[in-house]
Write a protein that binds this ligand. Structure first.
Ligand code: AR6
Length: 169
C-alpha cells in the first residue's frame, strides 16, 4: 500500500523519482509551481513539453490527464505534468482534481517510479480552497491501485501543510 508523507517546502528540491507539476493545458509553462519547476529544471523540460505538444497534444493536455517528461536538472528522474481544474462554485469539478492524482500515479507506474512528490494541485492560480483540495487529493491517492511506494505531498506554506495534515490518520 502506498505511504503518504507530508513536508512543508519546495517541490523542486525533492529527491524523488518523479515530481508532479501543476501545469496548464498548453504545457508551455506558467507561474506558481509550474514556473518554479521550469526555472529549476532548465530548458530540457520545456523542450520535451514542446515535443509532446507537436506529437500528441496539439490541442493541449486535457484537464485531469497527465504526461511525463525528463526532469532536466532537478534531483528527480521525471516530471509528470498534470492539468488541474479551475475551481468553480457553480460546478462540482472534484472528479477532475481526483483524476489528476489517479492519472499521475498511472503514469508513475508506467515509468516505474516508486517515490512521487505532488504539490497542492489547483490551490494557487486555480483558486481551489486548500482544505477541500487536500481532502480530494488524499482520498484519490488512497483509492488508487499503484506500485508507487511513497506519495509525498510537498506543501509550500503552513496553511496548505495544516490542511493536508488534517487528512492524516
Ligand atoms: N513547491 C511546492 N509548492 C509550490 C511551489 C513550489 N516551489 N510554488 C508554488 N507552490 P499553482 P494551480 C504551491 O498556482 O493552482 C500556473 O501558472 C502554491 O502555493 O502553482 O494548479 C500553471 O501554468 C499552491 O499551493 O497551481 C497553470 O496555469 C500550489 O503550489 C496554473 O498556474 C499550486 O499553485 C495552475 O494553477
Amino acid at each position: 500500500m502506498v505511504t503518504i508523507t507530508l513536508v512543508q517546502g519546495n517541490i523542486t528540491q525533492q529527491h524523488v523519482d518523479a515530481v508532479v507539476n501543476a501545469a496548464n493545458s498548453s504545457l508551455l509553462g506558467g507561474g506558481g509551481v509550474d514556473g518554479a519547476i521550469h526555472r529549476a529544471g532548465g530548458p530540457a523540460i520545456l523542450n520535451a513539453c514542446r515535443d509532446l505538444r507537436a506529437s500528441h497534444y496539439g490541442k493541449g493536455l486535457p484537464t485531469g490527464k497527465a504526461v511525463a517528461t525528463t526532469a532536466g536538472d532537478l534531483p528527480a528522474r521525471w516530471v509528470i505534468h498534470t492539468v488541474g481544474p479551475v475551481y468553480s462554485q457553480q460546478e462540482d469539478r472534484s472528479h477532475l482534481l481526483a483524476s489528476c492524482h489517479r492519472e499521475s500515479l498511472r503514469v508513475a507506474d508506467e515509468l516505474g517510479a516508486k517515490t512521487v512528490a505532488f504539490p497542492a494541485i489547483s490551490t494557487g492560480v486555480y483558486s481551489w480552497p486548500v482544505e477541500d483540495a487536500a481532502r480530494i487529493a488524499v482520498e484519490a491517492v488512497r483509492a488508487t491501485e499503484t506500485s508507487v511506494e511513497e506519495v509525498r505531498f510537498v506543501l509550500f506554506d503552513e496553511r496548505a501543510y495544516e490542511a493536508f495534515a488534517a487528512q492524516m490518520p
